[in-house]
Structure formats: C-alpha cells, structure tokens
Design a protein around this ligand. Sequence first.
Ligand code: ZN
Length: 394
Amino acid sequence: MEPPLDYDFLAPGRIVFGWGRRREVGALAAELGRRAWIVRGSRTLKRQGLIEEIGQTLRAARVEPIELETLSREPEVADVDRASAELIDRGAAPGDLLLAVGGGAAIDLAKAVAAMVTNRHGATVRDFLEGVGRGLALVEAPLPVLAMPTTAGAGAEATKNAVISSFDPPFKKSLRDPRLVPRIALVDPELTVSVPRAITAASGMDAITQLIESFISRKARPIPRALAVQGLAMALESLPEAVDRPESRPAREKMAHAALLSGVCLANAGLGLAHGVAAALGVHCRVPHGAACAVMLPVALRVNREACRAELALLARQTLRPCPTGSDDDAVEGLIARIARLAETIGAPRRLAELGVARERLPAIAADSRGSSMSGNPVDVSDDRLLAVLEAAL
Ligand SMILES: [Zn+2]
C-alpha cells in the first residue's frame, strides 16, 4: 500500500559542498556562534595539520576554538555523558556551537552532546534514547552543530539522530529529534582522500545500503526517493575507483555526494532490515557498521525482492548503466548481481563468519535487530525467518 502523500522534509539548513571548501569553516562557524567546541574522530588526530588549519580559520573569523578529547570508536552512553559534563563544567552555553570533524561516530557524538548541554532534565543520554530509557524528549533546542565529514558513508552530517551504543546491557539506539539535523553540513571531499582502503569500501557500502533501504522503506517519500536515485547512480559508478585510486577527485566527490544524499534519505524515509541487523551485530559482536551493511544488504534485498519488485526494478532501471531491459524480475536480478560484483571488486566482507560472528550469537542478534530501522523494512520478518536468514548469511 502506498503511504499517504503527507510528509515533512528535513535537511541541513545549509549544505556547503566542494573540494577544498573546508577553508570556509571560520566564516560558516561565525554564523552559528562565538565559541566552537571541536569534536573530532581519531583519524583526524593523525592529521594534526587539519585541526591547526581549522583553528586558524576559526580565529581569523573571531570564533574561539576549544578542542575536546577524541573518540576512536562509535560513541557509547558513557562517552556522551562524560563529554556533556565536561562542556557544562567548562561553561558551554547558548551562543556556542559544536564543530564535528570526523566520521559518523564523531558527528553523532557532537549532536548528542549539543542536545545534552541544553537539556539537563535527564540524568544521562540514555533517558532520551528510543526504547531503552525513560522516554524523555528534548525540550530545549540543542546547540547548533556544524558537521565536517571526513569519511564518505554514514551521512550523519544530514541526519536527525545520533546513534549511541551500550555493551552492557547491549543496545544501539538513537537520540532523535528534528532539531538534531546539523545547521551546516560542510562537505569537503578532499578530506576523504586519506581514508584507508578498507574504510572507504565499508563506508561506501553503508551509503549504498542507506540509499537502497530508504528507497524501498515503508516510510519512502518522493523527495528522498529522487535523491536516492541520484546518490545510488553516483556511488555504483565511483566506489571502485575511490577504493583503487584514493586520490581520484571525481570518485571522491561523487562518493562524498552520495553519502550526503544517503543521510538526507535515511533522515526522511527510514531504513530497513540490513540496518536493523547491523545495529545488533555492532553491540553483540562489535562488527563495524559499514562491514555489517556490506554483508546484510544482499540479504535484505533477497528478503524484500518479492514485496518490492516494482520499486527495485525502477531503481535498477534508473541507476544501472547500461539500463536493464526485460522484465522487472530481470532488472531486480541485475541490481542484486551488480551489488554482489561491486562488493567483490572492493573486497568488502560477504559472510557474517568473516566478521567474527559465531552461530550461537545469532538468536540474540535476531532478537535485538528490532529497532527503529527494522520498522521501516517493507515486509514483516518473523523471528524464525530472521534467524534462518542470518544462518544462511553465516
Ligand atoms: Zn548506515
């Protein structure tokens, strides 16, 4: 059944996209505040030159940079609580902004902290997470966030949620609010040139999964669908080159653009089975998100292909070159085969066992796959079916 044509569409207040445009960060930050709390990922640390350059640009624009500790993994409840307490201690207040420089983990940490600094009616960020906390909602607007992604994949620079993990008890849940969408997304594809091969491959597969899952989601809507077509065509064309020739400007530009669009799409249309399972794989087996998506995307396509044949055929015809001729079934098969070939070409993992997942963990993974992402999956998947699907992917 088609969803009613009645929806909101959210996107960053301003998208600044282009090679080398990180140099504009000072002027952009000055539009949002006078002090910038800088949250950065670990890889950025290795590029001290970048942080110094950003600091100088900020000071030149009369914005005071304040560096925070770095985080080398996806953020956990304790990370958010600790960073929020530090900001509050050090006097963060309205008029400040969060500047996130890094992959999806750093950007999500910045978003969560931006919200916790102004919303002190919860004891911990867990109180605000979907399904696991006290169900508190944000009251006050978060501090504004300026997001500068350094990987091309998660699209966190365009989303309204921050994904927060816990390992005891195991969960990976979102803090979600339309006001968490970064006010400015400053996407400089040149920042992705130094991303290692395996991370380029895994984050690229994440973007592709987000584009496809949002296109067939129960919550699919016309604007994000149009963007998903554009993003998927770019990603299919350019991911192998971005992996093989890291310095390729056209490939890095197209992947950064596809990732940005994938974030806009998921923020407005939700996701599906691959992302539902990826969250559980993350907290039960510490599988990195992109690698989990690479394995689960073909699985999710097979589960959904019958229910979404027309949509997937449309997506195949709009994104594959040469354009598939023949029946809808043939077009869908062409898309699935293309993705399998792509994953093989870029050396992405294909089986759960390669990711260190043991058979005895599968029931718990299946049980914990039922979060917000799974609710967007176009077909309902029973526990037994999901377990069988995971076993087949082992
Ligand atoms: Zn993802």
